[in-house]
Design a protein around this ligand. Structure first.
Ligand SMILES: [Zn+2]
Length: 151
């Protein structure tokens, strides 16, 4: 097993990148991190769903309108993963990492408990399973290591 601190550094770097991207996106048009999907009661416009980013209103395309950039389900997804949510998730993951700093060559991960038989879930020199799961969404990153994949 390699250095168990490398996966922690990897995750922290990805969270920093996610945070920076969310802040850039929020700052693009006025700094609002909360994006909403609203309904629009405009009789002159046949679509009734819009994405609201600060003062911009982006209407959903209608079925069959291949020129429209986004459909209702896509707007829902974007609104549900707005910068505010990304920043909240980054902060939550950082708190998890504070509880799970990982094992070292000589110590267990302090956040991982012992199994019922008394053996440590994350003995010295092994990867913390919480860190392994947190790294997995970034498996496509060039710095992700195959040995970090959950077994
Ligand atoms: Zn742990």
């Amino acid at each position: 097993m390699g250095d168990t601190s490398e996966i922690l550094s990897f995750i922290r770097a990805r969270l920093d990148e996610d945070e920076q991207a969310a802040m850039r996106a929020a700052g693009t048009f006025g700094g609002d991190a909360v994006w909403r999907r609203n309904t629009l009661a405009d009789p002159d416009y046949p679509a009734d769903h819009v994405l609201v980013i600060f003062q911009r209103v982006i209407p959903a395309g209608l079925p069959g309108d291949d020129e429209a950039p986004l459909r209702v389900d896509e707007l829902d997804h974007i609104a549900g993963h707005d910068p505010a949510r990304v920043l909240a998730e980054v902060n939550a993951k950082r708190r998890i990492l504070e509880r799970h700093p990982g094992a070292t060559a000589t110590d267990e991960c302090p956040g991982c408990s012992a199994w019922l038989d008394g053996t440590w879930r994350t003995p010295p020199g092994t990867l913390c399973p919480e860190q392994v799961d947190m790294a997995l969404p970034y498996a496509g990153h060039a710095d992700y290591r195959p040995e970090w994949r959950p077994t």
